[in-house]
Design a protein around this ligand. Structure first.
Ligand SMILES: [Zn+2]
Length: 287
């Protein structure tokens, strides 16, 4: 058994075949957690989870990319490409609190965090945008503490300075007087940053990026170094499909390729990686 600890079957990319995708995953004994990125997709992740007795769970939150502006992306559903725009959202503590409390299927808050990817480093208002993301992240820390839920943290830097954002997240978590737990999803920091998150009690999430042939050496090295007991596996579907499906629409059942890669890197058998990462996810999300 495996758990895809981070996917988005609640997104438009699956609005024609979400049930089929989930059934295929469950048939392979792969459970999944659908992560919200703003209010609407968070609500949808709960609605989907409510359809299943077990194996499908929801995490609700506001992705930092939806904090600072409208987002337009190309969505491919069953061969058709569509441009979809998501409006910027103002964070409302009580609205998310009610949503998180509305269902027993909600097992965490996220994805929340910081994303500097689209900020021009010289842009005058980049600082104000970063500050707003930080303010919302702090509020989600408060909510996680109030509801005793783990945080699914998204963290992505600017391409010219990819590690700064991880230092900023570390500073916020270290500076908080709240006792929080969580996962740094789709980890892209360096080895010493990974160690610091682990020392704070956080898990490190690995996606299909770890299977890529190019530019994944540093990440593969980190996966080798850190204990299996601190690793979660995830797809981030529909994005980041692992080898041998790279470039296609991703889906939760492909998390097995992430598990296989970690087994290979660590010189372990697949069963051990499956057992331990499943136990890790069950422990963090109290499943
Ligand atoms: Zn995600």
């Amino acid at each position: 058994m495996l758990i895809d600890s981070h996917c988005h079957v609640n997104f438009n990319a699956y609005n024609k075949d979400d049930r089929e995708i989930i059934d295929r995953s469950l048939a392979e004994d792969i459970w999944l957690i659908n992560i919200g990125s703003e209010y609407e997709t968070s609500r949808r992740s709960i609605g989907i989870a409510e359809n299943y007795q077990q194996g499908v769970y929801a995490v609700v939150g506001l992705h930092p990319i939806h904090v600072t502006g409208d987002v337009t992306e190309s969505v491919i559903t069953n061969g058709q490409t569509q441009e979809v725009t998501t409006r910027r959202e103002e964070f409302d503590y009580n609205k998310y609190k009610e949503l998180a409390k509305s269902s027993k299927k909600v097992v965490g808050l996220g994805e929340v965090g910081l994303d500097y990817f689209y900020f021009d480093r010289n842009e005058a208002d980049a600082k104000a945008k970063k500050n707003l993301q930080k303010e919302y992240f702090n509020q989600f820390i408060n909510l996680a503490s109030e509801l005793n839920l783990p945080l699914v943290v998204h963290c992505r830097g600017h391409k010219d300075n990819p590690y700064e954002v991880y230092d900023d997240i570390l500073e916020i978590i270290q500076g908080s007087d709240k006792k929080i737990r969580g996962v740094i999803h789709c980890f892209g920091g360096n080895s010493s940053q990974a160690q610091k998150f682990i020392n704070l009690g956080f898990y490190i999430g690995f996606t299909g990026i770890i299977t890529f042939k190019k530019k994944a050496e540093e990440l593969q090295q980190i996966a080798k170094e850190i204990p299996l007991e601190k690793i979660l596996i995830e797809t981030d579907a529909p994005y980041l499909a692992p080898e041998p499906h790279r470039g296609q629409r991703n889906e939760p059942s492909y998390v097995k390729f992430v598990a296989q890669k970690i087994a290979q890197l660590k010189g372990l058998n697949l069963e051990e990686v499956a057992n331990t990462t499943t136990a890790n996810a069950r422990n963090l999300f109290n499943i």
